[in-house]
Design a protein around this ligand. Structure first.
Ligand code: SF4
Ligand code: SF4
Ligand code: ZN
Length: 265
C-alpha cells in the first residue's frame, strides 16, 4: 500500500491511496466521518432564556458547535469511564454561558472549566439578544462518536474517487471538443493537436469527453486499486490527525476481532 500526500491545509487533506481495495478506502472514509471520537455538548440546563429563540432551538445550536480539546486523549467515553457513565472529570467537561444583550451571542461565549477545551471556531453566531435579554446556560460536553449522534462527527466532507487511466487512441482527429468540454481541465491538446491527459488526479470520471468525441477515441478506465481520498474535519482536529485516528480505530477493531476469533478456536 502507498500513500502520497496531494494537499494538506489545516482542516482538509487530499491524498492518493494506492494498492488498496475499494472496501478499505470506504472504511477509512466511514471511520473519518462517524467513528473518530471528539467532544460535543451533551446536556444543558437553561437557567434563563429571554431571547427570541425557543429553548430547544438554543439547545440544538449549542449542541452542534464543534469543540477543540488539547487533551482529547485524557477523556474517556462515558460508557468506558471508571465512573460507569455517572459523570466525572474523566468523561465530561463542564461549561457556562452567561450573556446579557444587546448583542450577538457567539460560540466564544461558551466557557469550559478545562482551559484546554474551547469552541473550534470562536465566531459561530448562536442568537441575537435585544436590550436586557439574557441567556444563561450550564452544561457539559462528553466524548463520543458520530454514529452516536451527528454532533460528534469528527469528519464532514470525507470521500474518495477512483484514480482513472485516460487513454486517447490513434482515432483522435484533433477537434479539441473533449478539451473544451472537460470541467476539470484534465485534458489538453499536444503540439500536433491531439488530445492528451494532463491531470488525471483532477478527473471526476464524468465521461463528458467520451460523449463529445465523435471519433470514439477516448477511454476512461478506473484503476481498481488507486483512490484519491479527501477528508475534511469539522474543526475539532487537524485533518491529518483525523485520518491517523481513523486508521488507529480500524486497527483497534481488527485487533479486537482477531482476539474474538482466537477465543472461538
Ligand atoms: S474529442 Fe475526440 S477527436 Fe476530438 S480532440 Fe478529443 S479525443 Fe480527439
Ligand atoms: S471524464 Fe470528465 S473530468 Fe475526466 S477527462 Fe473526461 S471530461 Fe474531464
Ligand atoms: Zn466518568
Amino acid at each position: 500500500m502507498k500513500v502520497e500526500l496531494l494537499e494538506l491545509e489545516g482542516d482538509r487533506i487530499r491524498f492518493l491511496l494506492s494498492g488498496a481495495t475499494m472496501a478499505f478506502a470506504n472504511g477509512i472514509r466511514r471511520v473519518c466521518m462517524a467513528e473518530v471520537p471528539c467532544l460535543a455538548i451533551d446536556e444543558i440546563a437553561l437557567y434563563d432564556n429571554t431571547s427570541v429563540l425557543f429553548d430547544e432551538q438554543i439547545a440544538l445550536r449549542i449542541g452542534l458547535v464543534p469543540l477543540k480539546a488539547e487533551n482529547l486523549d485524557t477523556f474517556a467515553r462515558p460508557e468506558d469511564c471508571e465512573c460507569g457513565g455517572q459523570g466525572c472529570p474523566g468523561c465530561r467537561v463542564d461549561f457556562i454561558l452567561s450573556v446579557e444583550g444587546p448583542g450577538m451571542v457567539y460560540s466564544r461565549d461558551i466557557h469550559f472549566t478545562d482551559p484546554g477545551v474551547t469552541a473550534a471556531f470562536d465566531n459561530i453566531p448562536l442568537v441575537v439578544l435585544g436590550e436586557g435579554e439574557k441567556l444563561v446556560i450550564e452544561g457539559f460536553a462528553t466524548k463520543r462518536i458520530g454514529s452516536d449522534h451527528a454532533k460528534w462527527n469528527s469528519g464532514t466532507l470525507c470521500g474518495y474517487k477512483s484514480l482513472p487511466s485516460i487513454e486517447i487512441s490513434g482515432a483522435c482527429n484533433g477537434c479539441g471538443k473533449c478539451v473544451k468540454e472537460c470541467p476539470r481541465q484534465a485534458l489538453i491538446q499536444d503540439e500536433g493537436g491531439r488530445a492528451k491527459a494532463t491531470n488525471t488526479l483532477n478527473c471526476s470520471l464524468c465521461k463528458l469527453c467520451i460523449e463529445v468525441c465523435e471519433a470514439g477515441a477516448v477511454k476512461i478506465i478506473p484503476i481498481l486499486d488507486s483512490f484519491v481520498m479527501t477528508a475534511e474535519s469539522s474543526g475539532e482536529m487537524p485533518a491529518k490527525e483525523l485520518v491517523a485516528s481513523a486508521s488507529q480505530e480500524i486497527r483497534k477493531r481488527a485487533v479486537e476481532f482477531e482476539a474474538k476469533l482466537a477465543e472461538l478456536s
